[in-house]
Design a binder for this molecule. Structure first.
Ligand code: BG6
Length: 493
């Protein structure tokens, strides 16, 4: 199976925070991969804008190290690395003053008037407004300019609105690309193919046939180097408000008429608006907050959350489980169980669609009970889809029923490298395709559902449940689904 490479038009990408962690781990490796696949045309340039003084050569050294560290050795080809590095330059800029902006303007002035420019904000959101303001002041925003915003977009509805208002003063909505990198993951896009390019699933995709749905994004990492950010944020804001809700939208939305950005985002928005409210009256029943204590990860002892923090005291959740409901015709009565956490037993993200059991078994008791069909969509690792069905156990011995997966592992089936989410998203910015980016009203609607949960936790002082690092979270999360007669699908199949 070969992939199809369609080069994009030449562009200039200015990366604010070009020397930061995101640029190093994700953006530079993603752009290199696109270069290697021949998708980047001349005279494309990548300009790192950062506060620290750096020559072009120093930045190229930084980028070379980033590639050596974050790109598979087999994929590093010296000629391509050199070609990629030649596209890089560095501008010293202060987002909070006018320092360096004329220099950036001079660099960009070399290009044609209709040249595509993307301004990537890989900096603290408190700087988004300052940067947008100066881009306007120094007349750097052309009709073909785009602004790329990383999460977090606010920490509640009000702050998200403020942020969106500020950038909205300088950029039109069709120029603003709000990244949720989960939307760029291959299997997430595959969810669209699975649902809407197959006739098989859609007739069954509703409360008449689906019993419940689970969405898990489990991580084994702890705080990494982001203690400050994470402790102010917590799992609900860091993961549920964006990644998990976006997955939920793609699973639950009505079939859009096309993949046109607004058509698709209209459907996602309807799902967010149909989420049943969670507030002080029900939060204790349908949400679980957890925090890890010392345990083990991949066989190695690891510290607890509080020990990882300097102050040793925190009420921030590193785990959340939620029983969500969507109040519409399609999903009435179908629980959506969402779960995410740090320092869990496995790194694993998956969506599990649990179908209803057959209404009546025609088989003898000795054959065993027909188990329900399950569709497991694995986002990472080992991307793929498994459809669990019942078959007759082969061979003699009478009728014995067995639950087996029709297993499609994408890596094994296609033998291609699965591109990182950023590779797709960065080039979609250049193409001006917003389908896989969040629209402003979606961000608002997500906060509108999240804010009352945060308020309820605060108001009712909902206790945080401890869990041992390396497990599947607090026992209260297991109880949340067991009360409804279910069990979490813990990635075992
Ligand atoms: C980020 C969160 O958005 O997603 C991180 O801020 C989290 O806390 C990360 O670790 C997970 O992304 P991925 O692609 O590794 O699953």
């Amino acid at each position: 199976m070969t992939s199809q490479i369609i080069p994009v038009k030449p562009f200039d990408a200015v990366i604010f925070g070009g020397k930061g962690d995101l640029a190093e781990r994700k953006l530079l490796p993603a752009l290199y991969h696109r270069e290697r696949d021949g998708q980047i045309s001349d005279p494309t340039r990548f300009i790192a804008a950062s506060r620290s003084s750096m020559t072009d050569d120093e930045y190229r050294d930084f980028a070379r190290k980033a590639l050596n560290e974050h790109v598979d050795k087999k994929e590093l080809e010296s000629e391509i690395v050199d070609r990629f590095l030649r596209r890089l330059s560095s501008v010293v800029i202060d987002a909070t003053s006018d320092k360096g902006w004329s220099e950036l303007k001079a660099v960009l002035a070399d290009a044609e008037d209709d040249h595509i420019r993307s301004f990537y904000l890989a900096v603290d959101p408190s700087l988004y407004g300052e940067i947008a303001k100066r881009l306007e002041k120094f007349e750097l925003i052309s009709a073909n300019s785009r602004l790329v915003m990383e999460k977090p977009i606010g920490r509640d509805l009000q702050s998200a609105r403020q942020l969106n208002d500020i950038v909205g003063q300088y950029f039109r909505e069709d120029q603003i690309f709000r990244i949720d990198h989960y939307l760029g993951k291959e299997t997430v896009q595959n969810l669209l193919a699975l649902r809407f390019a197959n006739a098989l699933f859609e007739p069954l995709w509703n409360s008449a046939h689906i019993d419940h749905i689970q969405i898990t994004v489990a991580e084994t990492v702890g705080l990494e180097s982001r203690a400050g950010y994470y402790d102010r944020t917590g799992a609900l804001r860091d993961m549920v408000q964006n990644h998990l809700l976006q997955l939920l939208c793609l699973v639950a939305m009505e079939p859009p008429a096309s993949v046109n950005a607004d058509v698709l985002r209209d459907e996602k928005l309807k799902v967010l608006r149909a989420l049943s409210p969670i507030n002080a009256a029900n939060a204790h029943r349908v949400t679980v907050r957890g925090q890890y204590k010392a345990g083990a990860s991949s066989g190695e002892p690891v510290k607890g959350y509080l020990e990882e923090l300097d102050n040793g005291e925190s009420n921030t959740e590193t785990f959340v489980a939620i029983k969500a409901k969507i109040e519409n015709w399609r999903w009435a009565g179908v629980p959506f169980y969402l779960r995410t956490g740090k320092r869990l037993a496995q790194r694993m993200s998956e969506i599990v669609i649990n179908f209803k059991p057959v209404p009546h078994s025609i088989f003898e008791k000795s054959a065993g009970l027909p188990l329900s069909n399950q569709l497991v969509i694995r986002l990472q690792p080992d991307e793929g889809v498994k459809q669990w069905i019942m078959i007759k156990d082969p061979g003699p011995g009478g009728m014995r029923l067995r639950h087996v997966p029709l297993d499609m592992s994408f890596a094994a089936a296609f033998n291609v490298r699965s591109p990182d989410a950023y590779e797709r998203l960065l080039l979609d910015v250049v193409r001006g395709n917003q389908t896989l980016f969040m629209r402003r009203d979606e961000v608002d609607a997500a906060w509108q559902w999240i804010d009352p949960i945060l308020e309820a936790w605060e108001e009712t002082r909902q206790p945080i449940k401890n869990y041992t690092a390396g497990t599947w979270g607090p026992s209260a999360s297991i109880a949340l689904v067991e009360r409804d007669g279910h069990t979490w699908h813990d990635g075992e199949g």
